[in-house]
Ligand binder design. Structure first.
Ligand SMILES: CC(C)(COP(=O)(O)OP(=O)(O)OC[C@H]1O[C@@H](n2cnc3c(N)ncnc32)[C@H](O)[C@@H]1OP(=O)(O)O)[C@@H](O)C(=O)NCCC(=O)NCCSC(=O)C1=CCCCC1=O
Length: 377
């Protein structure tokens, strides 16, 4: 820093700063709040400036968020938002398998199933968590370290930027597990990728590869993460070397099938995952962001958030009410099926059995739900 600027700081900066945060410090298991020194475009540390790295830390359950973790995230985003010395928030998770696969299905199945008034309270926290991301006073970069599914995709899309390692898949799970993707996905997806592809993602629950997410506009950058024989290679399970098939359909970013897939799996087995390029890309983006006027940057991202924020604010209260009541039947069934099922029995219900029962007017009774559980005779 120039000496003259330092002198002005010494003479005019207040000796005591008012704390605008709600709580002095929040330590919630499952969420890590870390301040890392910010770097400039040359990669040098900038003294006195930081990026707040907010980590989901529940890797054995694919970084799904529990009720306590939603509280931790609200507080962490609030802390980062208020911290004068924090320039950018990096929102990420521990490990290389998952960024987040949404709400904790064990908690959903064992506590909230059949308990709509409790789930309604939970949804207040969930909504506040999404709003805390969308309302953060700092730009938010989602560092996608692994799959981003269900509510994980929703809180990830609430961020301003998505930078992903290319083995990560992106998608929704709701209609397969007894929910609707109305925790943000139905608000954000149409404005981010258009109504048709949003419909595909939000209803069919077939994940997009990172390459497809990048092409459609869910991610602004993807980087390779698999190292084979010391060299980074693109996700070998995905078509990345050609754009069109013989009929002119886009196949770039689609998952490989058949022999090509089998060969891809062999490559995957031989490799090791290295997220250093992901970290480099995230640091570079953070460096670009601090190389701007702070208020002009803030005004810019506040305006650019509006299409997502408007849709979210329009729908979030109704969505909360609907999701609470849905815990009485479809969520109660779907989340229990995922929680109680196994690889052998499957973790989803036989959807056509339920549809056949409802088609002849069968009411939702505990017996109907039991009969639908995977493995039920
Ligand atoms: C498709 C999957 C994401 C990944 O599948 P796969 O790669 O086959 O891994 P699994 O063996 O299924 O998972 C590994 C272990 O992690 C546990 N796990 C995974 N996700 C969760 C979760 N969300 N909560 C708790 N535990 C989870 C899994 O049980 C495995 O552990 P185990 O001990 O059993 O070996 C697949 O995992 C999957 O579909 N996961 C569930 C996705 C999901 O349904 N999420 C909730 C969606 S709904 C939601 O998030 C909502 C948000 C707010 C609004 C309302 C709402 O519904």
């Amino acid at each position: 820093m120039k000496e003259t600027t330092q002198r002005v700081i010494d003479q005019t900066a207040p000796k005591h700063l008012v704390d605008h945060n709600l709580v002095p410090e929040a330590v919630v298991p499952g969420v890590i709040y870390e301040k890392r020194p910010a770097r400039n475009l040359k990669g040098e540390v900038v003294p006195g400036l930081y990026n707040a790295w907010i980590w989901l830390d529940n890797p054995t359950q694919y970084n799904s968020y529990t009720t306590d973790m939603t509280k931790g995230l609200i507080l962490a985003f609030r802390a980062a938002s208020c911290a004068r010395d924090v320039a950018t928030v990096v929102f990420t998770a521990v490990g290389d398998k998952a960024f987040c696969t949404g709400g904790n299905t064990k908690e959903y199945a064992e506590y909230y199933a059949g308990n709509p008034q409790e789930y309604r309270q939970y949804m207040r926290l969930f909504n506040d968590m999404v709003s805390a991301i969308l309302g953060c006073d700092k730009p938010v970069v989602c560092r996608v370290n692994g799959m981003r599914i269900g509510g994980g995709q929703e809180i990830g899309m609430a961020a301003d930027f998505t930078v992903a390692q290319d083995l990560a898949n992106f998608g929704q799970a709701g209609p397969k597990h007894g929910s609707a993707a109305i925790g943000g996905a139905t608000d954000f997806l149409p404005v981010m990728i258009g109504c048709e592809q949003a419909m595909v993602s939000g209803t069919l629950c077939e994940p997009f590869s990172a390459h497809k997410a990048y092409r459609l506009g869910i991610a602004s950058q993807i980087v390779p993460a698999l190292k084979v024989d010391g060299k980074f290679v693109a996700n070998p399970l995905v078509i990345t070397d050609r754009y069109l098939d013989e009929f002119g359909r886009i196949i770039h970013g689609e998952f490989k099938t058949g022999d090509e897939l089998a060969a891809g799996k062999e490559v995957l087995k031989r490799g090791e995952i290295d997220l250093s390029l992901l970290d480099e890309a995230v640091e570079k983006l953070c460096a670009k962001l601090i190389s701007t006027f702070p208020e002009c940057l803030t005004k810019s991202f506040e305006e650019l958030r509006k299409p997502k924020l408007d849709a979210w604010n329009r729908n979030k209260e109704n969505s909360r009410a609907w999701l609470a009541l849905n815990m009485m039947n479809e969520a109660r069934t779907g989340f229990r099926a995922f929680n109680e099922g196994t690889k052998e029995t499957g973790r989803e219900i036989e959807f056509t059995d339920l549809r056949q029962a409802l088609a002849v007017g069968t009411p939702w009774t505990p017996e109907l739900i039991e009969s639908l559980m995977p493995g039920a005779k």
